[in-house]
Structure formats: C-alpha cells, structure tokens
Ligand binder design. Structure first.
Ligand code: MRU
Length: 336
C-alpha cells in the first residue's frame, strides 16, 4: 500500500492514521473542519510538509461544507492546529489567497512537495560517503511529507544510488516517530538500519562509524537556526563533538524569513501525559511534574548546511536562505 499520508477523498480529506503505525496501516477520512483540526493536533497526520498539505485540503473541505460567514474562522482554526511547523500556516495562507480555487491550490502544493523532495534528494547525494553510518531523528519520510521525504528521502535515495549506508534511527521519545514510523519506512525501502534510544546517539557516533547526521525541520529562521523534533539539538551537539557533519533537509516552505533567529520560533508544548505514560502503560508516578516541549531549536553554527529544492545552503544563512527561497519560488509551476 502507498505511504501517501494524505489525499483528497471527494467528500473529505483522506489520511493514514499515523498513531496506529506500525501495528496497523489504517486509512481514515476527515469530513469536517473539526476532524481536520483533531487529526493534526493528535498527530494522526504529522510532519511539517504533510500537515501543510492536509491543512490545505482541509480549507478546501471547509469551503465546501461551511457557510461563507463561518469559513474564515474555521480556516483560522486549521491554521492554528499546531504552532511550530510553519508549513501549516504557509499552506493555509496560500490556499486562502487562491480563492475560490482552494482545491486546485491544495493539489498544487501537494505536487510541489513531491517535486521538492526529489530535488532535495538529488542535491543531498554528494553529502553521502561511499559507505558509513548515518544518524537521523524523528520521521522525515513519505509519511511526513506526502512525497519521497526530506532527510529520510535523501537517505533512501543514497541507498538506491549505491551508497553503502547504515542508518542509526533514534527512537524519538516521547511519541516514538523514529521507532514506529522511520523504522517502518526504512524496512519498506530495504535500507539497512538499527534502532537506538535517543540517549545512545552520542555513543553510536563514537562506536559505530557514523559519518553523517541528517534531519528534517519544522521551521528555519533567517539566520539558519532550525526547529525540529525535541532531541535534534542534542544530536547536533553530539555530532559537532565527534566531528560529524550535521545537515538539515527541508523544502523552502519550511523557511520563515520573517524570523531573524530561532528564539522567535514558537515551540509547541504538549501534555505531560505523553511522558508519564509509555504506549498506554504508566511510566512515571501519576501526576509527577513533566515538561514536554515537542521541538527544540538547533543553532545555525551546529549546522553544516541546509539542503533545499534549490541546492545546499551554507553559512552565512542570512544570504543563502533568501536566495534559495527566491529560486524555489521562480522555478515553481504556478497554478493557472
Ligand atoms: O511532531 P511531529 O511528528 O510532527 O514532528 C515532526 C518532525 O519533527 C519532523 O522532523 C519535521 O516535521 C520534518 S518532516 C519532513
């Protein structure tokens, strides 16, 4: 079965319920704005580009199902369903600006993401040595983007191009996107890989011949600071210490040039129960205080380069990222 995480279903927005993976590959349909918002907020659909595409289809659905008076407020609810990944707000704004051709614009965003993923993977190929371990964090494959994936798409493309890669997959506490989703996608793609707990990443760098670290992003500020799943920052620090190049792969829709630095990126904080329980079993004393930021910001000086559909951006990012965003906008096929 295809791992396309979202699609237009005629009377709603179809999606794979990623909360159920890898135990079940379950397809569902959101038939109202509330169901779209709920699917995003509960991570049934997750990953920055995928929630952007899903939100865009959600606006098209809302236009069909709600009266014009209720439409703007409902679209705003979709836009605010999760705060960190800028792709969601970006996609909702783009679809709203295409009024009344909402569905056509959502489809164009989906198609553009597929094209971006392919270009990102091509650009990243030169970063992969002939053989060696590759560290990654969270899930950045097809399930996260609606295309071939960003960081994981690069890894899978490098494997297909004959690089002898072995992936070290962080399990990605607390919701285990690495263990549940990345391991699943790597197995589907036939890429050699080993699962590790997040705390084992530094040791794996020392002991397992890791030559490259590559992750995705949810929002990248103008200076190159990059927000991604909690734990990414620690992985970048460990990579720096061990002299391992640390790359971010993301489409230009993830770059937010309005923000001067990562300190301005809103970090989603999720409920403490996600930490206090582990796969429904209690994992900490009830009511024990818990702090659960879903993302962190990796400072630009830990990042060797940012791979986009326009190539590899290098420091100073204040100069390279605007060039990438302009280049991607020019090369994108605008919807008629
Ligand atoms: O909370 P999630 O699962 O939506 O977090 C996803 C990530 O952090 C991904 O690394 C990021 O969105 C990039 S997806 C290509």
């Amino acid at each position: 079965m295809s791992l396309d995480p979202v699609w237009w279903a005629g009377d709603g927005v179809g999606y794979i319920d990623q909360r159920r993976l890898p135990a079940a590959l379950e397809q569902r349909t959101a038939r109202s704005t509330a169901e779209v918002v709920e699917a995003i907020a509960t991570l049934a659909v997750r990953g920055a580009p995928a929630i952007g595409i899903f939100g865009a289809y959600g606006v098209a659905l809302t236009a069909q199902t709600l009266s014009p008076e209720d439409f703007a407020a409902a679209a705003a609810r979709i836009r605010a369903a999760r705060p960190t990944a800028v792709n969601l707000a970006w996609a909702v704004d783009r679809v709203l600006a295409a009024a009344p051709h909402y569905l056509r614009e959502a489809e164009a965003i989906h198609a553009a993401q597929r094209a971006s993923d392919r270009l990102i993977a091509q650009a990243a190929l030169e970063l992969f040595p002939p053989r060696g371990g590759v560290a990654t964090h969270c899930n950045t494959g097809p399930l996260a983007t609606g295309g071939d994936g960003t960081a994981l798409g690069c890894i899978i493309a490098a494997h297909r191009a004959g690089r002898d890669v072995h992936v070290y997959v962080d399990e990605t506490r607390p919701l285990l996107q690495g263990a549940r989703l990345t391991a699943y996608e790597l197995r589907e793609a036939g890429v050699p890989a080993t699962l590790i707990v997040d705390g084992a990443a530094a040791l794996a760098m020392r002991a397992k011949g890791i030559a490259l670290a590559i992750v995705g992003a949810d929002r990248i500020a103008r200076n190159g600071d990059a927000a991604n799943k909690i734990g990414t920052y620690a992985l970048a620090i460990a990579a720096k210490y061990h002299g391992i190049p640390f790359y971010v792969a993301a489409p230009c829709s993830t770059i937010d040039l309005r923000l001067a630095s990562g300190t301005e990126i809103p970090i989603e904080e999720r409920g403490p129960e996600e930490i206090r329980a582990f796969l429904a079993a209690s994992a900490a004393p009830p009511e024990f205080p818990a702090y659960n930021p879903a993302f962190d910001v990796t400072p630009a000086d830990l990042i060797a380069g940012i791979v986009t559909e326009a190539g590899i951006a290098r420091a100073p990012y204040e100069e390279s990222l605007p060039r990438h965003v302009r280049g991607a906008a020019l090369s994108q096929v605008t919807s008629p």
